[in-house]
Write a protein that binds this ligand. Sequence first.
Ligand SMILES: Cc1cc2nc3c(=O)[nH]c(=O)nc-3n(C[C@H](O)[C@H](O)[C@H](O)COP(=O)(O)O)c2cc1C
Length: 310
Amino acid sequence: MDPSLSVKIGRLRLKNPVMVASGTFGYAEEFKGFMDLASLGAIVSKTITLRPRQGNPPPRTCETPSGMLNSIGLENPGLDCFVKEKLPMLGRIGVPVIVSIASEDAPAEFKALARELDGLRGVSAIELNISCPNVKHTTLVAQDARATYEVVHSVRRVTKKTLIVKLSPNVADITAIALAAERGGADAVSLINTITGMSIDVETRQPKIASGIAGLSGPAIRPVAVRMVWEVFRKIKIPLIGMGGIIDVPSALEFFIAGATAVSIGTANFINPAASAEIIRGIRNYLREKKIASISKLTGSLQCSCSKRN
Ligand SMILES: Cc1cc2nc3c(=O)[nH]c(=O)nc-3n(C[C@H](O)[C@H](O)[C@H](O)COP(=O)(O)O)c2cc1C
């Protein structure tokens, strides 16, 4: 019998556990020449804000060893344009669309965005991006457990849609933030967003990214992401969506074994635009070979004396 790849995230049933990470897949259309978009478990759209944003000045990306730095600064067309021009196109693909949202200033913006999206049939779930390192905040919501609880709790009151909270790795204890999101009413957490980093051009002695500090992603951050997924898995009961440096089948499998229910593919899309489709096929083959009936059996199956859930 063919293994089951289906997973449940809140009220959302996915046919397979592989999605594409916010900000790394455009609005999906850009990738249709490279892969069958309908094969994806879900699409997470680029984070939107209430008003349009131009984002940060260039240069906004650069390559680093086994990864990249970016400081896009949440460039997006704003809620109204997204709903009118991007959402219908995403809906035609026929896979669940998870809409990522962020606030520019007041956390109350999360509530306003969620309230609008709650009424739209084309929105399968909402991801709260409380962890973008590339906007001018002194502290991110995701760096404070109380603020995380408050934002999640207030959004939970205005939407019945599946609510995913995206966590930041730029904290001392990510489990405290995950627990706050769970207590606030999140259906799932996704982790990790980028790790803050910096790269310098030694000729000009200027930072390679105009805004100086940027977000590091790609295989360079994978061990940190896997560690954090494993730590959070042991503390919370809601599902985890793991990401950070997944580029192939073994790297995706690491996340399931550490405790992820689903995974997201990010930077890999820039290297191989068909990566997510290849990873879906590879996971199915792995389960077949190992005679594992369902992907859910792999979640949290780490073999180690340190792996007890507490
Ligand atoms: C160019 C770029 C843009 C991104 N934009 C967003 C965004 O808008 N919202 C968000 O939640 N994460 C954003 N991310 C973070 C990714 O979704 C992902 O969490 C992170 O890159 C780690 O996964 P990866 O190593 O597979 O890329 C962005 C990442 C990159 C590289």
